[in-house]
Design a protein around this ligand. Structure first.
Ligand code: CUO
Length: 687
């Protein structure tokens, strides 16, 4: 058996998580793992021969699993097999860290396969998937692997639970090949009586939620191998990626005639927005609990999760953040001061806020961001008297469905902005690029001409068979409705008045023209709503240059196929350059959500283009063969963040004195144009 084949078999262990290891895995070709009898759980060991041969005989491939002495799994097994699992809960996080260590510590792939096959049916299904995924992403010998989409493995976290009985019926009654996709209703979580429900297409978008889950998979916050956590500028990226989410969310709110989201800074105040997820966990067979409108966060005392914590703790941590920011330094565990300076400050604050093992002082600054998720997610059962688990905001795969997520992260961002506002505004030297001027910008979309972007609805089919334990196998599809836009391209005219070729970084942002009252905005407020659309490096010849760039090339997005990638179809041959391209890139904002929805009559926006001096941007490293097409939000695996400027530059700081409006901020290497985003209420079906 070739080495590559071994590696890929590891992925099959992620399939159909609720079925035992000896049952058929895979979609296009059925495979079973031949495990030593002692690997079987107590229920199946007595009938080991029978079950193994029953499923083995039918399978097209039998994967031998080596008998080895298995490691001590007591800690990973201390979380119940069918309980919910959350990275935000400290106990779960520690347990996951232990299992990641085990999977990373195994020397050979054969041994990893044995340990994973042994662990699979004994430990929590979500925990197993998370820890094995992190290990596969970070082990040098498994790097080329494409993890199956999390939505295929755990579809329950992404769609209305009603769809599953219909999928089961379709799979049972109709042979593969003639099956029809099951249509998931467009908006099923609330009615129009709930104003927040206007944003269902953003909060409940599968691609957005997959991106968010994936981001936290790429950036785990706990493992004893520090290098897995200590990635370049990860604290800053935590700040920036989530800041951009809030900016994007607010643009969607403007699209729906709503005002900006209100931050949750008074932790005693009722949370006005309720949320009823209408989802069930297929693993625990329990419904995700709802949160009623006007629920109040209260002290937690949940023995099961080993959480005993007061709202007061959160408030104390919050106050210490502000104190540190206003004093300009944090205090580490040995009592040393670390300055929150221009270069490192935001990264340190990000690590403290998240908080990862990189936090300089978890004792003093606590676990503010994660515990905020936990407090909100348990507000319906703070002392576990009803034996309920956490709400959707407690799980990074589902958190973005809940309106409270945005209130919490608007607060988190507000803390970061307090620091950013303490830094000196950029000076002309940093903003300008001598000899370089932008003389024209336009945006052409394929349908409706110039400077007018267009959105509509689209239906796409997702294969859910990998996560469903139905007996008749084969593909079963669910048809989801999501926002889509007409592809467009930018044309940028640049004059290089210097005598030689120059390099620059093109930075494209989109922001609203007016605020929620229809009034022009101050740049100090507008800058927080400037969403990054793209960033790329260009060579500029002396004289006039015309730059063209397509919307699909964006540095924040990944293509639709990669968001919903199906491992078996369209996969280029192993070892080809195309396969490198296809390489695992599940992290990235979904291309179909690149621009906000807009309004039927058009949402007026400003498109901002800047070309910065590449001498101040460049990071010397080799990006060949890396997955870097969503680097703005996800970084580049095993590499430095590919832009030396602070993330969000030039809008991450207050504008200089005198630049109250965007128009007075501009230097010759910047330019803005007015664009309008028009939404049409029509639905197309993806081919
Ligand atoms: Cu991504 Cu709060 O960090 O969810």
């Amino acid at each position: 058996m070739s080495k590559m084949a071994d590696k890929k078999n590891l992925l099959l262990l992620l399939d159909r998580p609720t079925e035992p290891v000896f049952m058929e895995k895979g979609t296009s070709k059925s495979a079973v793992f031949d495990v030593p009898d002692k690997f079987l759980t107590d229920r199946y060991r007595p009938i080991g021969n029978e079950v193994q041969s029953r499923f083995g005989e039918k399978a097209e491939q039998r994967i031998p699993v080596k008998d080895i002495s298995v490691p001590d799994l007591r800690i990973p097994m201390s979380l119940g097999r069918r309980e919910q699992f959350s990275l935000f809960i400290p106990r779960h996080r520690r347990i996951a860290g232990r299992l990641i260590d085990i999977f990373l510590g195994v020397r050979s792939l054969d041994d990893l396969q044995s340990i994973a096959a042994y662990a699979r049916d004994r430990i929590n299904a979500y925990l197993f998937n998370y820890a094995l995924s992190v290990a596969l992403l970070h082990r040098p010998d498994t790097k080329g692997l494409n993890l199956p989409s999390f939505a295929e493995t755990f579809p329950e976290k992404y769609v209305d639970s009603m769809v599953f009985t219909q999928l089961r019926e379709e799979a049972t009654v109709v042979p593969e090949g003639s099956r029809m996709p099951i249509i998931i209703p467009k908006d099923y979580t609330a009615s129009d009586l709930d104003e927040e429900h206007r944003l269902w297409y953003f909060r409940e978008d599968m691609g957005i939620n997959l991106h968010h889950w994936h981001w936290h998979l790429v950036y785990p916050f706990e493992a004893s191998d520090r290098s897995i956590v200590a990635k370049d500028r990860r604290g800053e990226l935590f700040y920036y990626m989530h800041q951009q989410i809030i900016g994007r969310y607010n643009l969607e709110r403007f699209s729906n005639n709503m005002s900006r989201v209100k931050r949750l800074n008074n932790l005693r105040e009722p949370i006005g927005e309720g949320y009823f997820p209408k989802m069930d966990s297929l693993v625990s067979s329990r419904a995700w609990p709802p949160r009623f409108a006007n629920t109040v966060m209260v002290d937690l005392d949940r023995e099961l999760d080993q959480i005993k914590m007061d709202v007061n703790d959160l408030e104390r941590w919050r106050d210490r953040f502000y104190e540190a920011i206003h004093q300009g330094f944090v205090v580490d565990e040995s009592g040393n001061r670390i300055n929150l300076d221009e270069t490192r400050g935001i990264d340190i604050l990000g690590n403290m806020m998240e908080s990862s093992i990189l936090s300089p002082n978890r004792q003093l600054y606590g676990d503010l961001h994660n515990m905020g998720h936990v407090f909100i997610s348990y507000a319906h059962d703070p002392d576990h008297r009803f034996l309920e688990s956490f709400g959707v905001i407690g799980d990074s795969a589902t958190a973005m469905r809940d309106p409270a997520f945005y209130k919490w992260h608007a607060f988190v961002d507000d803390v970061f902005q307090e620091h950013k506002e303490s830094l000196p505004p950029y000076n002309q030297n940093q903003l300008n690029y001598r000899d370089i001027s932008i003389t024209g910008v336009k945006v052409d979309n394929e349908d409706r001409g110039t400077n007018n972007l267009q959105t509509f609805w689209q239906q796409s089919d997702i294969d859910f068979s990998r996560g469903l334990d139905f007996v008749p196998r084969g593909n079963v599809f669910a048809r989801v409705t999501h926002l889509q836009h007409t592809p467009f391209s930018y044309t940028i005219n640049v004059n290089n008045a210097g005598g030689a070729q120059r390099f620059g970084t093109v930075r494209i942002f989109l922001g609203p023209k007016n605020d929620e009252r229809g009034q022009p905005m101050l740049l100090r407020d507008q800058r927080l709503l400037m969403i990054e659309l793209d960033k790329f490096v260009v060579a500029l010849q002396p004289g006039q240059n015309t730059l063209r760039r397509r919307s699909t090339e964006s540095s924040v997005t990944i293509p639709f196929e990669r968001t919903f990638r199906n491992l078996d179809s369209n996969r280029p041959a192993a070892g080809t350059p195309e396969e490198l391209e296809f390489n695992f890139c599940g992290c990235g904002w979904p291309q179909h959500m690149l621009i906000p929805k807009g309004r039927p009559e058009g949402l007026r926006c400003e498109l901002f283009v800047m070309i910065s001096n590449f001498d101040d941007d460049r990071v010397d490293q080799d990006l060949v063969g890396t997955c870097s097409d969503a680097s703005s939000f996800c970084g580049v695996r095993d590499r430095l963040y590919p832009d030396r400027r602070p993330m969000g530059f030039p809008f991450d700081r207050l504008p200089p004195t005198g630049a109250d409006r965007l128009s007075s901020f501009l230097t010759p290497n910047m330019r803005t144009i007015d664009v309008s985003i028009t939404h049409t209420d029509r639905t197309t079906v993806r081919k």
